[in-house]
Each structure stands twice: as C-alpha cells, then as structure tokens.
Design a protein around this ligand. Structure first.
Ligand code: GNR
Ligand code: NI
Length: 172
C-alpha cells in the first residue's frame, strides 16, 4: 500500500478524459487500496484516479462522519443515469485546488450505474453530500473541475493564483 502524490491545478493532466476500466483484477484492487489510503491521508471525502495521474474511470468516496466507522465506497466506470429536479448548494473544495472553497449548485439526488470493487454491476441512489461528492468526482473523470461551475471572474482568479504557486514550486 502506498500514498500517491496528488496533482494540482493548473496541471493539464486534470483536464484529460479518463478511459473506462477494462478489467477488475488484482492489479486494480491494489491501486484501489492506494487510492483509499491516499484519500484518508489527504484527508478528503473523495478521490478520482486522475488526481493521482491515472486516466481511468475510477473513484473512491467516504462521506462517513468523524465519529462514524470508515465507509470507503468504490465506483468503477460510473454513469449518471438520472438526476432529480431539486437542486442543492454545497460549499465544495478539491484536493487538487487546496484551500479554495466555493458554492456549487448541483442536483440534490442522482442515480449512478457502476461496477463495485468486485466488478459487480450496481445501481446507487445518492442524495445530500454523497450525491454532491459523486458528481464532483464524475466531473473529474471528464476533465471538469468544480471551479468550472463558478463565475469566470472567480475561476480566472483561482487559476492565476495556482499558476503562480506552481511556478514558485519549480523555481524554488
Ligand atoms: O475532500 C473533498 N471534499 C469535498 C467537499 C465538498 C464537495 C466535494 C468534495 S470532494 C473533495 C475531494 C476531492 O477533491 N475529490 O475530487
Ligand atoms: Ni476534486
């Protein structure tokens, strides 16, 4: 098991389209364990494979509260098959955009078809924080970041700040 380095804005890798997982085998199982470990270490409530540089349609989520037992959920090749009519606003953050938070409006309830970590087909109905997090992660698989859902003015400011930070990291 190992913790993988997380990729930050404005790395163009985050804009890549992730491709479907073809086989749920032992190598993938090892990678899933690394993703879960990386998510807890960060710490975050979700992680998409592309955030550790792997362009595959795979994500892990744990929205359990602090005093609840861990509940890691694995979604392989997730497909959003339905969204409710009601919308919800959450203050979102992203491990690839550290210490930046903004309100994003998304459907309150969704239905997702996916494989679980055993490669079994499943349908998950989600609402509240799980629905928000799932939509945030599925966006990552399509090269979309939560800042794409805020105003262009705010987005440009964040991208500029992180571009500057990235330049300092390589020059330092
Ligand atoms: O840790 C995370 N918290 C979070 C809070 C509100 C909405 C979405 C998220 S996902 C984020 C981890 C992350 O960047 N996943 O891609
Ligand atoms: Ni994110």
């Amino acid at each position: 098991m190992s913790i993988k380095p997380i990729i930050y804005l404005p790395d163009p890798i985050l804009r890549q389209q992730s491709q479907p997982v073809e086989r749920v085998d032992q190598e993938l199982e090892r990678f899933i364990e690394d993703m879960i470990e990386t998510m807890y270490d960060a710490p975050g409530i979700g992680l998409a494979a592309i955030q550790v540089g792997v362009p595959r349609r795979l994500l892990v989520i744990d929205v359990a509260g602090k005093d609840e037992p861990r509940n890691p959920q694995v979604f392989i090749n997730p497909e959003l098959v339905a969204t409710g009519d009601e919308m919800n606003v959450y203050e979102e953050g992203c491990l690839s955009i550290p210490d930046y938070y903004a309100e994003v409006e998304r459907p309150e309830a969704i239905t997702v078809r996916h494989l679980d970590r055993d490669g079994k087909e499943r349908v998950t109905e989600a609402d509240g924080l799980l629905a928000t997090c799932l939509q945030h992660e599925i966006d990552h698989l399509n090269g979309v970041l939560f800042i794409d859902h805020i105003s262009k003015l705010k987005r440009d400011m964040v991208v500029r700040k992180f571009t500057k930070l990235a330049r300092q990291r390589v020059t330092a």
